[in-house]
Design a protein around this ligand. Structure first.
Ligand SMILES: Nc1nc2c(c(=O)[nH]1)N[C@H]1C(S)=C(S)[C@@H](COP(=O)(O)OP(=O)(O)OC[C@H]3O[C@@H](n4cnc5c(=O)[nH]c(N)nc54)[C@H](O)[C@@H]3O)O[C@H]1N2
Ligand SMILES: Nc1nc2c(c(=O)[nH]1)N[C@H]1C(S)=C(S)[C@@H](COP(=O)(O)OP(=O)(O)OC[C@H]3O[C@@H](n4cnc5c(=O)[nH]c(N)nc54)[C@H](O)[C@@H]3O)O[C@H]1N2
Ligand SMILES: [Mo]
Length: 814
């Protein structure tokens, strides 16, 4: 790069010469931080490009990027249309609006780098692109030759939702080279997928329930852990839909959450504080009330479901294994008397912390509602018994027969509207073996001995004893656009040990924009371009609520320093690895982009020509496919439209799970059950043994100030949203803590230091911390405040997923 433009960019970045990843050049980069831009500067002297905030919050918001002489001056959101709901702008939240700070962050990666110190220490030296790509190609090839394709693994990554030049390019390259070890599931919804597919026959109804718009036809919206105001913040997003519909005052809202969230704060009709991980006990008590008061929808249960009572049990399974018998703890058909272990409101009150009379009242209100809209949020699936929690939640609409009808939801997450924008085709992975995304650390340590029945390995041959082994370890990792190599994965201290050992995983490639905690573990670290330096056509992502969008991104500024788009990097790697023509299919970068645009236009004919889109930036449509009622077809005609379950019906009793319960090898305390059940778990409220040492429950949440770990390096956002652990005044008083105190949160896995926020917005005995702060290695106390120092590698029982909201801790003054 020319020295002049390097200095200009360094100036824009306020580059601190000592920051890792920013230190390779001489001290001539020590310049004053960015001069503030006069907000009255007329736009006419600036250039404006459309771009998009491609973070994983569920919406890819459009942003307008203003620049002058090749330097970004400001970022604004979309305000071109109107504020009328349904015809509204799609305005980015403060994250999207702070993108200038992120592009010019001092820890921006500038050059390809090679590790020189111990792995994880963050010591690198600058190398050329040719040197870097030679090493990467050689390492990948030699790993394939020595250990096989199944020893190469991609860690989970959701940080850059590009369609063209993103992670798909790397998957495509590796598929052309014989593939890699697959991962199934994800940190967001693994246990939901399992719960929904066992109950409804596909994962769809779980992560795609009814659209938010159906709330208009509801009289009671029950939000169990659902917090749109903090997790769906975009201008097109569910928060805006929810609040706009809420203003119509047609429906009552009841929120069940350990925290008094922003979705509540005065707008809710009722907040019921619940202990994390105990929702299933509440659901069972509601079931008890409905069964004993004859308010279950018996006709619906008889016609549409399997396993409620003696009438619909699978062949050979008796009433005593039915849901009704379980709830009543009564083995006699037709009797409503409660056994000693009946799931009564009094029983559930002790577990959940919700008073008995409030549970009874909630049962009454839900039963009386004409069209209850029930959403069981993903936070319940990120608990130690996540699969059972979620299945138990689906029982609410099922027992009431309130699904497939206007204004109702099956318990799933709201379906977002969508318009098609194609992505780089990845091709098929020739390797069929797969591990749960969450067990990659185990597969590095001892993948060879991971099995189907113990560890949920998929796609392997079964031995004579009916089990099958993965048979190999992970030897190389590709980490693109993700921070789950360490920061977003659990038990950071243990993870650091595993990935820090070069004899186990022999090669780690990281591609990112910033010197993140995961980037520090790279052997080769490659600098990607940022969103604002990229051209792409992206859609609304996966959870943009009722407004679908297409956004035409164009490059606002040239790629900074030596950063390069991953598409180009993959072409160069493909050349080195002998698959260039297969990779490019003879197309240029522009050919790909043009063909993607043509495909998008074919799917959405009213999309203007690209020239027009470059100027207007966004094409949007409110409910392009109308309002969606989940399982409507099945409800209308269950014979013509059977579900994908073995019985074709809603499976309250799952024979597939009954079989797994018999055959799978589980850790002590783990439960797989044919019926959805409340399970008292390790490090849950009822784990009295661990509570002797660590008496406080600690749940994570997705904070407004970041998306996961993304945007942690934007000081504006750190100021706007405090990273503090929430604690009830009663718990604080007994520990002598006041708001603003530095505290240490600790358990057997580690200690972190953060501030405390003392607030009645969290229930007694429970604490909560926003996840995603960056781990700061090097001392026994993580001063970065990364929640995952405290979380465990132990998996959920069925999907071997992430129970990251289940933790017991103690807190003391630092
Ligand atoms: N304790 C706890 N842990 C959790 C969760 C929790 O609730 N509690 N939530 C989990 C969930 S649901 C998820 S989805 C995961 C998310 O985990 P990740 O998918 O790892 O998400 P991020 O932390 O946002 O990391 C995204 C990375 O992408 C990088 N990036 C951004 N833009 C670009 C780009 O243009 N190019 C490249 N190459 N890189 C880019 C960012 O710098 C960042 O390092 O975290 C999980 N971890
Ligand atoms: N601002 C922001 N938005 C995001 C993200 C982000 O990082 N930041 N991440 C995005 C991604 S990838 C995902 S997967 C989603 C995650 O979406 P969710 O999984 O729904 O988000 P969480 O914040 O983990 O949990 C939501 C609420 O559940 C509560 N909660 C925790 N445990 C329990 C429990 O056991 N029972 C009940 N009833 N409530 C509980 C928390 O206090 C929190 O208020 O958010 C997306 N949106
Ligand atoms: Mo997620």
């Amino acid at each position: 790069m020319e020295r002049r433009s390097f200095l200009k960019m360094s100036a824009a970045m306020g580059c601190a010469a000592t920051v890792a990843g920013c230190n390779s050049s001489s001290s001539d980069v020590e310049v004053a931080p960015t001069t503030p831009i006069d907000p009255t500067t007329p736009a006419s002297v600036e250039k404006m490009n459309w771009s998009s905030c491609l973070v994983n919050c569920g919406s890819n918001c459009p942003v307008r990027v203003f620049s002058k002489d090749g330097v970004i001056t400001r970022v604004e959101s979309n305000f071109t249309i109107s504020d009328k709901y349904g015809d509204h702008d799609v305005r980015a939240c403060p994250r999207g609006r702070s993108l200038r700070k992120r592009v010019y962050a001092p820890d921006r990666l500038k050059y390809p780098m090679k590790r020189v110190g111990p792995r994880g220490a963050g010591q690198f030296e600058r190398i050329t692109w040719d040197q870097a790509l030679d090493i990467v190609a050689e390492k990948l090839q030699s790993t394939i030759d020595q250990h096989g394709n199944e020893s190469i693994h991609f860690t989970y990554n959701s940080g850059a939702r590009y369609h063209f030049s993103g992670k798909q390019c790397l998957y495509r390259l590796m598929n052309l080279k014989g593939g890699y070890l697959n991962a199934y599931g994800d940190y967001s919804w693994s246990q939901i997928y399992e719960a929904a597919s066992k109950t409804y026959g596909s994962a769809g109804p779980g992560w795609q329930g009814s659209s938010v718009s159906e709330m208009q036809n509801s009289d009671l919206v029950l939000m169990v852990g659902y917090n749109p105001s903090e997790i769906r913040m975009s201008g097109s997003g569910e928060a805006y839909d929810f609040l706009s519909l809420k203003q119509s005052k047609k429906f009552k809202t009841i929120i069940i959450d350990p925290r008094y969230t922003d979705s509540a704060v005065g707008k809710e009709d009722q907040w019921l504080a619940i202990r994390p991980g105990t929702d299933a006990a509440l659901f069972e008590a509601l079931a008890y009330e409905w069964i004993t008061n004859n308010s279950v929808n018996q006709a619906f249960l008889d016609e549409y479901c399997v396993g409620y009572d003696e009438k619909t049990m699978p062949a050979g399974v008796g009433y005593e294994e039915s849901y009704k018998s379980y709830i009543l703890d009564n083995k006699n058909v037709g009797e409503l008397t409660a056994g000693a272990n009946a799931k009564t409101p009094a029983w559930a009150a002790k577990i959940t912390g919700i008073a008995e009379d409030q549970i009874i009242e909630l049962a009454r209100e839900l039963a009386a509602a004409k069209a209850p809209f029930i959403q069981i949020a993903a936070s319940l699936n990120r608990q130690a018994a996540g699969e059972n929690n979620t299945r138990a939640g689906y029982m609410l609409p099922i027992l009431l027969g309130q699904l497939g009808l206007p204004g109702t939801n099956c318990g799933g997450l709201c379906k977002g509207s969508s318009m098609t924008a194609p992505s780089m085709p990845t091709g098929d992975n020739p390797v069929k073996k797969a591990i749960s995304f969450f067990t990659f650390t185990q597969a590095i340590e001892d993948g060879k001995n991971m099995t189907v029945l113990s560890d949920g390995v998929q796609g392997v041959e079964l031995d004579a004893d009916g089990d099958g082994k993965l048979g190999n370890d992970i030897k190389a990792i590709i980490n693109y656009g993700g921070n789950a190599l360490i920061n977003q994965h659990s038990d950071v201290n243990k993870t650091a040990e595993i990935i820090g050992d070069e004899t186990k995983c022999e090669f780690i490639l990281v591609v990112d924009n910033w010197m993140t905690p995961s980037a520090k573990y790279a052997d080769i670290l490659l600098p990607d371009v940022s969103w604002l330096e990229s051209e792409d056509l992206v859609n609304q992502s996966y959870a943009a609520g009722d407004t679908a969008t297409l956004v035409q991104m164009s490059t606002s500024v040239e790629p900074m320093f030596e950063s390069r788009p991953i598409y180009e990097v993959c072409v160069d790697l493909a050349k080195r690895m002998g698959v260039e023509s297969e990779f490019t299919e003879g197309k240029t970068r522009q050919d790909w982009l043009d063909s993607f645009y043509a495909t998008a236009k074919a799917a959405t004919p009213e999309l203007p020509e690209k020239e027009v889109m470059l100027k207007q930036g966004i094409h949007r449509k409110y409910l392009p496919d109308g309002s969606y009622i989940v399982l409507e077809d099945f409800r209308n005609d269950p014979v013509a439209n059977p579900l994908g379950t073995p019985s074709g019906k809603i499976e309250i009793y799952s024979s597939a799970l009954a079989e797994k319960a018999k055959t799978w090898k589980l850790k002590e305390g783990d439960v797989i059950s044919a019926l959805p059940k409340y399970v008292p778990t390790w490090e849950g409220f009822e784990d009295t043994k661990t509570k002797e040492k660590y008496p406080l429950q600690l749940t994570g949440y997705h904070t407004k100030g970041r998306a996961h770990s993304s945007f942690h390096n934007v000081p504006w956002l750190r100021e706007a949203v405090q990273d503090a652990v929430w604690m009830n005044p009663i718990d604080a008083q007994s520990r002598g803590l006041v708001t603003g105190d530095k505290v240490q949160i600790f358990n057997d896995r580690g200690t972190i230091e953060v501030e405390v926020k003392v607030t009645p917005r969290i229930m007694i005995g429970v604490t909560a911390l926003g996840q995603g702060a960056w781990f700061q290695p090097g001392s026994s106390v993580d001063k970065g405040g990364c929640l995952n120092v405290l979380t465990t590698h132990r998996t959920t029982p069925i999907t071997k997923g992430n129970p990251q909201h289940t933790n017991l801790v103690e807190i003391r003054k630092a």
